[in-house]
Design a protein around this ligand. Structure first.
Ligand SMILES: C[S@@+](CC[C@H](N)C(=O)[O-])C[C@H]1O[C@@H](n2cnc3c(N)ncnc32)[C@H](O)[C@@H]1O
Length: 260
């Protein structure tokens, strides 16, 4: 019993250390530490337990799942995600369905609720993570009774988005053929409805450009991008992204370009 609990303790310490090291490597000691502290405090305030990363294993796969394309679970930076989502027009936030592809433990969905979305869907291939997302979002669900939230446990390529305008949220959940198939389906959806894509850590940016999405805004160092496709009504246009960001055509925007 004692051996088992010290193993769990060591495992938790190892995971925290790996998380801290990767944050520090990417952003330096001060920024890395303050980002981790902000994530910790966000989770505490909103009743989440979403901090530790988690590997995705083959046996968790649903039909169609390609392990080689999957990115392991790590919660999104909620400060950045909220900043990006809050720049979408209010009409879009209240009318569109927010879909977090690869919702993990639900932090992206929590940010979606706080940004004012009322219809939200999380798609997650891992049963354990999907169950955790459901538990994690209980507190926010009670605090926001008008919100309709569902978690679908399946491979993202099999998810059929509901009719109507979409805001797609991606925190680099998968790459390769999986991303390609999801983007194809979104491009098809955009033949009938407006589709906006908020892409954080956008490793597969090219897939969207190849399928006719327009890149509309970028955050410093391309930490986040917004794409748009389909019949975008005036109320949903991103021209009003605010003073920090500019709406631009994709030909003007290079990765890493800072738009202020
Ligand atoms: C980087 S995490 C994103 C977490 C979450 N979106 C957030 O913002 O906190 C990537 C997630 O994508 C999930 N994932 C990877 N491949 C997937 C697939 N083919 N279908 C559905 N989910 C997938 C992983 O299980 C993991 O939870």
């Amino acid at each position: 019993m004692q051996i088992a609990s010290s193993r769990v303790f060591l495992w938790v310490i190892k995971k925290y250390a790996a998380l801290a090291l990767s944050a520090i490597r990417q952003q330096g000691v001060f920024q890395g530490a303050s980002q981790l502290a902000a994530q910790w405090s966000f989770d505490r305030r909103h009743g989440l337990s979403a901090f530790l990363p988690r590997e995705i294993r083959h046996e968790e796969g649903e039909p169609g799942f390609r392990l080689a394309d999957a990115v392991q679970y790590q919660g999104v930076d909620p400060v950045l995600a909220l900043d990006v989502l809050k720049r979408l027009p209010m009409g879009l936030r209240s009318d569109a369905t927010f879909v977090d592809y690869g919702c993990g433990k639900g932090r992206g969905l929590a940010v979606g609720i706080l940004a004012g979305f009322r219809q939200l869907i999380g798609v997650e291939v891992s049963r354990d993570l999907a169950a955790l997302a459901g538990q994690n979002l209980e507190t926010l669900r009670l605090r926001h009774p008008g919100v309709h939230l569902e978690i679908q446990t399946m491979d993202a390529t099999r998810f059929q988005p509901p009719e109507g305008p979409l805001v797609v949220f991606l925190y680099n959940p998968f790459v390769g053929l999986t991303l390609e198939r999801v983007v194809q389906r979104l491009a098809h959806h955009a033949t009938r409805w407006p589709v906006h894509v908020v892409y954080i850590n956008p490793r597969g940016r090219a897939a969207f450009l190849d399928h006719g999405f327009q890149q509309r805004a970028a955050w410093p160092d391309s930490q986040a991008l917004i794409f748009e496709a389909g019949v975008v009504s005036e109320a949903f246009q991103l021209g009003c992204l605010g003073h920090r960001l500019t709406s631009v055509s994709s030909s003007l925007l290079e990765p890493g370009q800072i738009l202020r």
